[in-house]
Structures are given as structure tokens and as C-alpha cells.
Design a protein around this ligand. Structure first.
Ligand code: M6R
Length: 608
């Protein structure tokens, strides 16, 4: 989703802005632009496509200036084009703005502004904001009020009319500051030595400063070379804490891997260790939860995409270990279906980014209805992590590849910890599971060591048009996740199904052109999976099976086999998903596709 960077300080702004935009590339975008201010003049350059296109145009431009804003746009209103790229200007070219979010009432505002004579040149909702500020900043005739001419007041007036979401940065030719404002889209301020930064997330500015302030909704800040002042939407000054972030530059580089996704797949053993670190001690699980868990009667998990898949696995394991009933909802559906939420419910929001608009909105709805809330989040300091009553951070490190991998396995790990934590209130935890949890990173390494064999299978199937993924029980969500990974990055149509459900419809699709991926550990329903495989084999389908090392039966049924280490049933998704991530990765890479930044997708979906 759109990325914003800004700089005001003693250095030349342009390289800092471009560098910051590159760090935000993972969010997904289709055009980029920059506006640098020097001696009351703007240099504005925008290009469709990659940041490299923008850099080409900037190559001989010799743009100087110590103040600037920059943006990567992920199209919502209006096609990806140079005209629709940000920054946008007002009619007189006095203000430049960059925006992340959606102005939901933009049609009405556009009509109003056009009636008043504003010339709106792009198809975006964002350009409206520049004109709306202009409307209050430079009034004419009888409409003029005492405070007109003050950009901050004009901006506050404009923001009060906007329905929807915004992270906003504004520069004005006549003032030496950057104004920023936020509602439902993330924005972070970086505090340096005689320089101040802003960005959609800290990865864009961590190379320059680790001191940050997360802006909250309905806050507006004025940034100068020497610092910042933050106010609420009523113009009252507020005090906010500077936070020291732990993220390092190394963590957001590829570290010798061909793609971030591959790096992140290989990081999973270490990432899971980090999720577990300090949380297992002497046969117990230690979590720092801020409410009395013994009062919880029901759990509702809300999430989207991959995080929703880990939520489905969470249902199995929480119910199994704690006996507490669990419902799992798509966050986008939960919010609009007038959900029944009680005070003794715990609502868990799962989100890698902690910024997903649907999950955030559903969480707010749950809070309004009186539930206790818990976040299972990766990005420290993100909006959802600040909104929940309590949280379990994944500590997986930055996930840059748009296709989520290490966040998924760490989310399952966090859910396992939570399940055991809830169990230990009633009865002691079986030590075997704690020991096995610690063994998981080594078992994942064993699967990763087979990446060359998985690549060979990818070679065979890279031109397939469809894929079916089948699993049962806890491995049904693994099938869903395997299919999602493949479609996201290879653009091959793939569906995940409970293996037994296949005969109620999808079996009609099976022929020799249909690869069918089975996740088939030797669990209590192993024999049932064997029958499902027979059904596929009888119809000529190509079976690729993820099986346990000691399995001897499936080798006779499946043409392609990937052997993975055995584990306790409830932990098996942590192992079984790895070959599916690798299969999707290699298929996409062999097809020459943009693995880390697949078309149309954004890493952090901050619009509804
Ligand atoms: O940041 P979140 O976990 O809240 O994101 C939710 C989904 O947008 C995300 O999982 C998406 O489905 C990924 N691209 C999956 O790989």
C-alpha cells in the first residue's frame, strides 16, 4: 500500500527520500514521486512504474533542497499513471501533499471544490486534500476568517471534512516545515540530530535514526529541522514519548538471498526461536497478559489472509489445549455482520503488519462491544499493537516479501504458547509438547535442506494452470495457506480444500492436468487421507505428497514425494507449510515473476 517518506534537516533531501522509498517498496506500489523545496520553490518529479523510472528522470535534474516529501502510490482511485502519482499540488502550486489512505467522501468534496472553481487534474481522491487545504488557507472575499493564512489551522479544518483514512504530509512554499497528520493509516516521525524524518513505517528511516514517535489517530504534527510539535485535531498541544526501536539496517537487507521471500523462508528456524525466547520456563509458559484469563468463556479470532489461516490453526490448538471454544472470522466480515460479543469474550487480532485496516476496524468494533482484546502482532509499535489490551509480539523481524512466510509460522508458535498458557490455569502442561516445540527449528532446517528437490518438482509443474491443495484437520488451513502462497506470487489458480470435501465438488476438476498437493502426516486420520488419494489417483490426477519420513504407503500412490520429519500433531503445520512455501517460491521464480512484489498486492493493506 502507499508509502510516505519526508525529510527536513541539514542534508540534501533527495537521496534520503529515494532511499526511504526503496525501503518501502515491499508495501506494493505502481508509481512514485518526490517534491523537494529550495528557496521557496518546488522541484516536483513523478513517474509511473518502479522507483528506478523515477531515478532515471532525476538523473540529470540536480535537485537541491533540505526539505522534501516522497511517495509510492498503490492505485485505488484512478489508474497508475504519472498524473495520478503523488505528490499533488493545489491550484496555485503552493502546497504539495502526499497521502496514504482513502478519502471516502471524495466525490462530494470534489464536486464542492469544483463548484468553487478549483481545478482538479488527477483522478485521485488524494488531490482533493490539497485543494481542501487551499480552500481554507487562501480564502477570498467575505469568507475570510481571522486565522486564514495559517496552514496548520487550514489543514485541521480540511481534515474535519474528510471521511476515511489518511496519513498525510504537506509542504508549503512559504513555510519551512512539514505538516503531518494521521487517521487510520500509519505514520511515524523520526527524531535525528538537527534533522527530522517521517515515514509510513520505521524501515524507511532506521538507517538515519532509531528514535521514533508513532503518531496516533487525529493527531497533527509540525516538523522542523530542530524537532516537532504535536497537537490533537482541536489544535491543543500534546506530549508524546520518543521510542527507541530495535530494528537494524541488516534486518531489512536481502543478506545474500535472491529474494526477501527466500530469505524469510530460511529465517523461520531462528524466527520461531525468537517467538519462543523467554516464554518457556520450567514446564510453564510465561506471557505478560494484562487481564484475568480465567474469566474468558469464548475466544473470537479476527484476521485476514495468511493471518486468518493461522487463526484457523489457532482454533484447533486452543480448543484442544484449553477447552475454550473458538470462532474464527474474516475481519472484514466480522465488522459488518453485527457480531454478538460479550464481556467475557476474548477477541484476538492476528496481524503481521499490525496495520491491516479490516483487522483494525474489527478490533475497534469488538472493543466497543466490551470484549477483552489481545494482539498477535509482528511489527512493534504498529497501530493494532497499540490498540489492544494485551499483546504477544512475534519477534520474527521485518517481513519484507509481500507473501507472508515467517510471520505465519511465528503466529502459529504464538498461538501454541497462548493455548498452553490457557491450559496451565486448569492443569499442568505435558512436557513432551514443550520439548517438541524447542525441536521444531531443527526439524524445519531438515525440510529447508531439501529445497533443491522441491525446486525440481517446481520445474515440472511451473506451467500448470490450476492446483488443488488438500489436507485434513490442522492441515486443512495449511492447504489453504499453500494455495494462497502459490496464487499470490505465481498467478496460478490454486484452491485449498479439506481432503474429504473434495468428493463433494472439486473432484470434477481432476484429470491428468491437475496437480494435487496432499498434506498427509501419519496422524489419526491418515487412513482417510489414503482413501482420498486413491480417489485422485483413479482419475489420473498428479499427486504431490508431503509425507512423514517413516511413511512407506504413500510412495506407492503419489508420483512426487516430499518427506518431512514427524512431529506432534498440533505442531505439524509448522513443518508441513515449509515445502509449500518453497514450492510456490520456486514456481514463481522459474516463471520469472516478481516474487517479492507480486502484481496488484500490497504488504500492508491499510484501506478497506
Ligand atoms: O499484516 P496482516 O497479517 O494483517 O496482513 C493480512 C493479509 O493482508 C496478508 O496475510 C496477505 O494475505 C499476505 N499477502 C499473505 O501472503
Amino acid at each position: 500500500m502507499c508509502g510516505i517518506v519526508g525529510y527536513i534537516g541539514k542534508e540534501n533531501a533527495l537521496p534520503i527520500l529515494i532511499n526511504g522509498l526503496k525501503k518501502l517498496e515491499y508495501r506494493g506500489y505502481d508509481s512514485a514521486g518526490v517534491c523537494v523545496m529550495h528557496k521557496n520553490n518546488f522541484s516536483l518529479v513523478k513517474e509511473k512504474g518502479k522507483i528506478e523510472n523515477l531515478e532515471q528522470t532525476l538523473l540529470h535534474s540536480n535537485i537541491l533542497g533540505n526539505v522534501g516529501i516522497a511517495h509510492t502510490r498503490w492505485a485505488t482511485h484512478g489508474e497508475p499513471s504519472q498524473l495520478n502519482a503523488h505528490p499533488h499540488l493545489d491550484c496555485k502550486g503552493r502546497l504539495a501533499i502526499v497521502h496514504n489512505g482513502i478519502v471516502e467522501n471524495y466525490s462530494a468534496l470534489k464536486e464542492l471544490l469544483q463548484k468553487e472553481g478549483h481545478i482538479i487534474i488527477s483522478q485521485t481522491d488524494s488531490e482533493i486534500i490539497a485543494h481542501l487545504i487551499e480552500k481554507f488557507y487562501l480564502p477570498t472575499g467575505a469568507l475570510a476568517e481571522a486565522n486564514d493564512g495559517d496552514m496548520e489551522i487550514a489543514t485541521i479544518k480540511a481534515l474535519k471534512l474528510i471521511e476515511g483514512a489518511y496519513a498525510l504530509a504537506i509542504i508549503d512554499k512559504n513555510t519551512n516545515n512539514i505538516l503531518v497528520a494521521k487517521k487510520s493509516s500509519p505514520l511515524v516521525i523520526g527524531v535525528g540530530d538537527e534533522e527530522t524524518f517521517l515515514a509510513s513505517d520505521a524501515s524507511a528511516i532506521v538507517a538515519y535514526t532509531k528514535k521514533v514517535i508513532y503518531l496516533d489517530d487525529n493527531e497533527i504534527a509540525s516538523l522542523t529541522q530542530n524537532g516537532y510539535s504535536i497537537k490533537n485535531i482541536n489544535g491543543e498541544l500534546i506530549d508524546k514519548k520518543i521510542i527507541e526501536i530495535a530494528m537494524t539496517v541488516d534486518q531489512i537487507e536481502k543478506g545474500g538471498f535472491r529474494h526477501f521471500m527466500l530469505k524469510e523462508i530460511f529465517q523461520q528456524p531462528e524466527a520461531i526461536e525468537n517467538t519462543l525466547r523467554g516464554r518457556l520456563a520450567l514446564g510453564t509458559v510465561k506471557l505478560n497478559l494484562q487481564f484475568d484469563v480465567s474469566l474468558i468463556k469464548r475466544i473470537i479470532i479476527i484476521a485476514c489472509g495468511t493471518s486468518w489461516h493461522s487463526g484457523l490453526i489457532g482454533k484447533y490448538i486452543i480448543e484442544k489445549f484449553s477447552g475454550i471454544p473458538v470462532e474464527v472470522d474474516y475481519a472484514s466480515e466480522f465488522r459488518y455482520r453485527n457480531p454478538i460479543v460479550r464481556q467475557d469474550d476474548l477477541v484476538i487480532a492476528i496481524s503481521q503488519s499490525g496495520e491491516t485496516a479490516d483487522t483494525l476496524a474489527a478490533l475497534k468494533e469488538a472493543k466497543l462491544r466490551g470484549a477483552k482484546t489481545l494482539g498477535i502482532i509482528n511489527v512493534v509499535g504498529s497501530t493494532i499493537s497499540r490498540e489492544v489490551d494485551s499483546g504477544i509480539y512475534l519477534h520474527a523481524g521485518p517481513e519484507i516479501g509481500v507473501a507472508s512466510t515467517k510471520a505465519f509460522t511465528c503466529q502459529i508458535t504464538a498461538l501454541l504458547l497462548l493455548s498452553l498458557y490457557l491450559q496451565q490455569i486448569k492443569k499442568p502442561i505435558d512436557n513432551t509438547i514443550l520439548v517438541e516445540l524447542k525441536n521444531i527449528p531443527e526439524k524445519i532446517k531438515e525440510v529447508l535442506a531439501q529445497s533443491d528437490e522441491i525446486k525440481k518438482i517446481a520445474e515440472i509443474f511451473k506451467d500448470s494452470k490450476n492446483f488443488l491443495y488438500l489436507g485434513r484437520n490442522l492441515n486443512f488451513p495449511v492447504a489453504l495457506e499453500g494455495a494462497l502462497k502459490l496464487k499470490e506470487i505465481s498467478y496460478i489458480h490454486a484452491e485449498g480444500y479439506p481432503a474429504a470435501e473434495m468428493k463433494h465438488g472439486p473432484i470434477a476438476l481432476i484429470d491428468e492436468h491437475m496437480p494435487v498437493v496432499f498434506i498427509a502426516p501419519q496422524d489419526e486420520i491418515y487412513n482417510k487421507i489414503l482413501s482420498n488419494m486413491e480417489e485422485i489417483k483413479a482419475r489420473g490426477g498428479n499427486i504431490i505428497a508431503i509425507i512423514n519420513k517413516r511413511d512407506t504407503k504413500i510412495e506407492k500412490l503419489a508420483k512426487y514425494i516430499i518427506k518431512v520429519p514427524e512431529s506432534i500433531n498440533e505442531l505439524s503445520p509448522l513443518i508441513n507449510i515449509i515445502p509449500l512455501q518453497l514450492l510456490a517460491y520456486y514456481i514463481a521464480d522459474l516463471k520469472g515473476l516478481s516474487v517479492d512484489k507480486p502484481r496488484n498486492l500490497a504488504k500492508s493493506v491499510t484501506v478497506e
